[in-house]
Design a protein around this ligand. Structure first.
Ligand code: ZN
Ligand code: ZN
Length: 260
């Protein structure tokens, strides 16, 4: 089976027809999808999905781009992460794309999540955009490697990937890898050690070819896996087996929580 390690099923484009989304996952051999928290306010909706459906797991975190939302404390995140369907802390990280002034509150929020992940013994789901150097620095300063985790929807260069791998992190690739002009991501797809690679959709965004521009969904992670297998000269099944094995190694809590 294939795993979509990062999606947003609670977002309006997907939450309205969740049964079709799950049916399509089943038809495409996608046995698990992790619905990622982006604010504390929205967490109840994420948990409702993960409680209702055995193939959906969840994470808790406040996204670096979220503004005007409740700021978590490490203790609060640790407490929320006790929920039996929550396997990770995040998504967290730094994103200077919309915040060109690189605000201090983003780094503070990121540190809070790393501290919580270490205290809770749960891996981190890290988002980084136009902030690679600071992301790696905060990770080092806060010893994020103690908790481990994944650099999700990775779009940075190979040296950034290498630095994250050096800290013990996994690299997760999205549908961007199917875009022919995404040369950096396609290079990374070929170079990440096979035992450190995950796949995801980040749906409802970033639908892979041949659905580019449409609403994405977890079933389409199949196209991400197919493209990476092609780029690496591997069989589809070998790529599926490796990434699913990696997922359950990184998120051991997930092993007993989804039907396999
Ligand atoms: Zn993200
Ligand atoms: Zn996301």
């Amino acid at each position: 089976m294939l795993v979509d390690s990062h999606c947003h099923l609670d977002f309006p484009k997907l939450s309205g027809h969740i049964e079709q989304v799950l049916e399509s996952m089943h038809e495409n051999g996608v046995g698990c999808a992790v619905c990622i928290g982006v604010t504390l306010e929205d967490l109840p909706r994420v948990l409702m999905l993960a409680e209702a459906w055995p193939t959906i797991l969840a994470s808790v975190g406040v996204h670096p781009e979220s503004t005007g939302v409740r700021e978590p404390t490490p203790d609060e995140l640790v407490e929320l992460a006790r929920h039996p369907r929550i396997i990770a802390i995040g998504e967290t990280g730094l994103d200077y794309y919309w915040h060109k002034d690189a605000p201090e509150w983003q780094r503070e929020r990121f540190s809070t999540h790393i501290r919580a992940a270490r205290a809770a013994g749960k891996p981190l789901v890290i988002h980084t955009r136009e902030a690679a150097a600071d992301t790696l620095r905060v990770m080092r300063e806060e010893e994020a490697g103690e908790a481990g985790g994944v650099m999700h929807c990775f779009t940075e260069t190979w040296p950034v990937a290498e630095a994250a791998l050096d800290q013990g992190f996994y690299i997760s690739l999205s549908g961007i890898v199917t875009f022919k002009n995404a040369l950096t991501v396609r290079e990374v797809a070929g170079r990440v050690p096979l035992d450190r690679l995950l796949v995801e959709t980040d749906s409802p965004y970033l639908a892979p070819v041949p659905y580019r521009g449409k609403t994405n969904q977890p079933a389409y992670v199949k196209h991400v896996a197919e493209e990476i297998a092609r780029l690496r000269g591997l069989s589809y099944q070998d790529l599926v087996d490796a990434t699913t094995r990696n997922f359950f190694r990184l998120f051991p809590d997930a092993r007993t929580k989804v039907p396999q």
